[in-house]
Each structure stands twice: as structure tokens, then as C-alpha cells.
Design a protein around this ligand. Structure first.
Ligand SMILES: NC(=O)c1ccc[n+]([C@@H]2O[C@H](COP(=O)([O-])OP(=O)(O)OC[C@H]3O[C@@H](n4cnc5c(N)ncnc54)[C@H](O)[C@@H]3O)[C@@H](O)[C@H]2O)c1
Length: 462
């Protein structure tokens, strides 16, 4: 295909994008009439992540943070200061022990809670909140065992209260543009994806950076050998592959390397006599899982959080008509890309297929992705619509934690996925990101205006 032809192709498809997106909007996700009702929130767990979410929330219009809960009074004071410094009323504090959250949940003025506590608390707190009639936004992973996954599903179904796991990478600008390209058919039928959470957290999140003392996540490295943190890897991939809405996870096989990195980190940073250097850790350094879907597609997932390296997700999606590679920041589309089997830059495609959610820049954690995720969560509560990621998405991402552990323990034998949707995956239609609202954030400069998105200015400029 000539350069001119290719440009025409991009223009045509860019234009189609907006039109097709609009035609796919389900009534449940259509942009509502714009109610401004205040959404009343509580935040449970205001450590590092909770406070980042809280400060990001300060940029979301028409919310009121009524209550904060943490067993650490210093964390609570720092969190309160975020709210009052933003010129808002000081929230009520709950800090009297591990179960103080139950008191917070007894309030009758909360629409939703955000849970950013250590992992073992996610499901108990989410279940208690749903039983109290309060919508849940829970940090990753939402559950640690298959029993916990079912508890979340059963409670959400029984109460009718939504539960959304706050998997932020599903909302990343590049990942949403790729989703858009897939929905326009540019990559053909999706056959295979790769994804990873390669994030060296050993020297600051699992253990104290200065002393090597165990922090709460260290317990999991001592006790378990599994993919401890799969949701950042698979979040966007599930939306690319319609997992839970057209296809479903069938089996997982997982293999772990031995555990070398943690001991070596202690030796190199604190010396061979540090207790951390001498213990045995159950967790292998790198876990590789292969998931097979019911429709015969595959996903390779890497857990990789304890060896020294820069951050990397290595998202890749291969279809019958082309491939996208996040590591290369490149695509190859058969009959479209100018070179024969040669990569071409992703940037022009990002521009042409940008999702309407990203027509402006946002401030806040993870390059504005956290803002978009929280804004959409709050809007769903305000409008009584389903959250962008629901309880099924949440458990399907989280259940890799226990299932990868089971497969590793069985020497890589395939383990079946439970059907958390009880067969509904066969008829459920994709709904994620089929909403073309463009948010206005005070002070934010829209990149493209609405008319141009739906009109004529989506051409590829090279
Ligand atoms: N989505 C992301 O990008 C992202 C990033 C970092 C962390 N996280 C998730 O956020 C969660 C918190 O991680 P973190 O790094 O903030 O840890 P953290 O240790 O900094 O914060 C956890 C907080 O929970 C409090 N806490 C513990 N038990 C409690 C209880 N029973 N009731 C109330 N508060 C309690 C602690 O005192 C602490 O302040 C984890 O689940 C983690 O996986 C997500």
C-alpha cells in the first residue's frame, strides 16, 4: 500500500473510530444528562497508595470525603491534611484497631468507600461495605483466594452493590488507543497477548529501604510462590480479548524460577549477616504463566518484582492482521504498514485512535490515569450506572494469584478457571470504555475539541 493510500486508510479509520464508538455505546454507559449530585466517600487505608488516591480525588468535582480510616494515626493526620489543604472540611477519623472500618461502615452518609489497605483486608472490607449498601472501589488485587473471589461475586450479586477493583492500567492512554484499534478491526482477530509486571519493588515496598525490615507485603514472599501481582499485567489485555464478555479463561499453567534475588539484595545492601540474607523465601524471582482461553487464544503473563530492573509491562497483542508492541512502541499491520514485515511507530496511531476519554490531559498519579479511573468510578455512582470495571472483571484479574500458585505447586500442571460469571460470559457484551464522555477538568487544556473528535480533524499528520 502506498504512503498516500495508507494515509487515506488512517483518515478513514480515524473518522470511523468516533462513529463506531458512538454506535456501540450501550444505554447503561451512555453519557448521562450531567447530574451534579455530590458523591460522599470514605477512604479505608491511607498509606502510600491511599493518600495518592486521596490527593487525586481532590481534583474530582462534586465529591465529599466524609471519613477516613487507618490504624496508623500519623497516616490519618497526613491524609486529613490533604483534604483540609484542598480547602475542604476535615473528614471524621476512624483508627481504633483493625476493625475500626466497621464503625466507618455504620455511617448512613456514605455512597462509596475506597479501600487501599494491605491485601488480606481487601475482600473482608469490600464484603462488609457491600453488605452495608456502600459501593466499593478496592485496590489490587481484590482477592487472594478462590473463596474470596466467590465471596465478592456472591455479595455483589446478592446486594446489587457494585464492586470495582481499581486496576488503573486498564485506563492508560496507549492501552485505550490499542483497544480502539482492535475494535475497529485493525489487528484482525486477536490470537495472543503478552504482558508483565516487571517492577523492582524489593528494595522499597516489600522491605524497608534503609533497614531491610519487613514491611507487610514481605509476609507473602516468605509464604507463597505465585504471581503475587497480576492485575497490572492482565487488566488491559482482558479488555483487548473480551475476557468475561465473549471469551473466558480456561486453564493456566505457571512456572517459577528459584528464589535468588531477595537474598542477594540483602547481601549486597546490608551484608551477609543481615537476617534477611539468611532466610529462605518461598517466592521465585520470575513467574511465567500461560493462559489458554475457551476460544483457543493464549496470554503469557510475567510476574517479576524482585530483581533489579527498570519498570516494564511488555504489553503485546498479536492478531491475524497485525501486531502492537508496547516495548517497541510500534505496530505492524499487514497491507497497511509501509515496509514488508517492518515495524512502524505507534505514535501516529495513538493520535488517530486516541480514546475520547483522553482528549485532555489529567493531573494526578500514574500520568493522570488514576484521575480518569477515579472520575469514572465517581461518575458511575453519581449516575447509578455500572462501574467501568465490575466485580467479574475484578475477580478474573485477581484469581491469577491463587491459581498460579496451584499450578506452580503442581509442577506447572494446568489448572482450570472457575466460571465466576456462571455462563454469562457467553452472552455478556463488552462494555468497558464504550463511553465517549469527555471530562472538563478545571485548568486542564483539552487537546482536541469535541467537534473535531467526532468530525474531521482525526487525520494522520506525519
Ligand atoms: N494501583 C496501584 O498502582 C497501586 C500502587 C501501590 C499500591 N497499591 C495497592 O494499594 C494497597 C496499599 O498499598 P500501600 O503501598 O499504600 O501500602 P501502605 O502500607 O503504604 O498502606 C497501607 C495502609 O493501610 C493501613 N492499614 C493496615 N491495616 C488496616 C486496617 N485493618 N484498617 C485500616 N487501615 C489499615 C496501614 O496503616 C497503612 O497506612 C495495596 O493493596 C497495594 O497492592 C496499588
Amino acid at each position: 500500500m502506498s504512503h498516500i493510500d495508507r494515509r487515506t486508510f488512517m483518515q478513514t479509520n480515524g473518522l470511523l473510530t468516533a462513529g463506531l464508538l458512538a454506535s456501540h455505546i450501550s444505554p447503561l454507559f451512555a453519557a448521562p444528562a450531567g447530574t451534579t449530585k455530590t458523591v460522599r466517600l470514605g477512604v479505608i487505608g491511607v498509606g502510600g497508595r491511599g493518600r495518592l488516591l486521596l490527593s487525586t480525588l481532590m481534583g474530582v468535582e462534586n465529591i465529599d470525603v466524609k471519613a477516613l480510616c487507618d490504624i496508623d494515626k500519623n497516616a490519618l493526620a497526613a491524609a486529613s491534611a490533604i483534604v483540609t489543604t484542598a480547602g475542604r472540611q476535615k473528614p471524621d477519623d476512624y483508627s481504633d484497631g483493625d476493625n475500626a472500618y466497621q464503625k466507618l461502615l455504620e455511617r448512613d452518609d456514605l455512597d462509596a468507600v475506597i479501600i487501599a489497605t494491605p491485601w488480606k483486608w481487601h475482600t473482608p472490607m469490600a464484603v462488609a461495605a457491600m453488605n452495608a449498601g456502600i459501593t466499593v472501589g478496592v485496590e489490587v488485587p481484590a482477592a487472594l483466594s478462590i473463596e474470596e473471589c466467590w465471596l465478592l461475586v456472591n455479595t455483589s450479586e446478592k446486594t446489587g452493590i457494585p464492586c470495582m477493583m481499581l486496576e488503573n492500567w486498564s485506563f492508560r492512554q496507549d492501552n485505550l488507543a490499542v483497544l480502539n484499534m482492535i475494535r475497529q478491526g485493525l489487528l484482525g482477530t486477536i490470537v495472543h497477548c503478552h504482558c508483565a509486571h516487571s517492577h523492582d519493588c524489593i528494595d522499597h515496598w516489600f522491605f524497608d529501604r534503609n533497614t531491610g525490615k519487613d514491611l507487610w507485603p514481605a509476609e507473602y514472599l516468605l509464604k507463597y510462590n505465585r504471581d503475587q501481582y497480576p492485575t497490572h499485567s492482565v487488566g488491559p489485555v482482558y479488555s483487548w480479548m473480551d475476557i468475561g464478555c465473549g471469551d473466558y479463561l480456561d486453564t493456566i499453567t505457571s512456572t517459577a524460577t528459584g528464589s535468588f534475588g531477595i537474598n542477594d539484595m540483602f547481601v549486597s545492601r546490608f551484608g551477609p549477616d543481615h537476617p534477611g540474607a539468611k532466610r529462605q523465601y518461598a517466592q521465585g524471582d520470575i513467574v511465567t504463566s500461560v493462559i489458554k482461553t475457551k476460544k483457543g487464544k493464549t496470554i503469557v503473563v510475567n510476574y517479576d518484582m524482585q530483581l533489579p530492573r527498570p519498570y516494564d509491562n511488555r504489553w503485546m497483542v498479536q492478531g491475524t492482521r497485525g501486531i502492537y508492541s508496547e516495548s517497541r512502541n510500534a505496530v505492524y499491520l499487514s497491507n497497511v504498514s509501509p515496509g514488508y514485515h517492518e515495524w512502524e511507530p505507534f505514535a501516529p496511531y495513538q493520535k488517530a485512535y486516541d480514546h475520547p476519554w483522553w482528549q485532555q490531559k489529567y493531573s494526578g498519579g500514574h500520568g493522570g490515569t488514576d484521575f480518569l479511573e477515579l472520575k469514572l468510578f465517581v461518575e458511575s455512582i453519581r449516575n447509578g450506572t455500572p462501574p467501568p470495571l465490575d466485580v467479574y472483571d475484578s475477580v478474573l484479574m485477581s484469581c491469577l494469584v491463587p491459581l498460579s500458585g496451584q499450578s506452580i505447586a503442581a509442577d506447572g500442571a494446568p489448572v482450570k478457571f472457575p466460571d465466576f460469571t456462571r455462563g454469562k460470559w457467553l452472552t455478556r457484551k463488552p462494555s468497558f470504555a464504550l463511553d465517549n464522555r469527555i471530562f472538563t477538568l478545571p485548568g486542564a487544556k483539552p487537546l482536541i475539541n469535541q467537534n473535531k473528535v467526532n468530525g474531521s480533524n482525526r487525520a494522520l499528520s506525519k
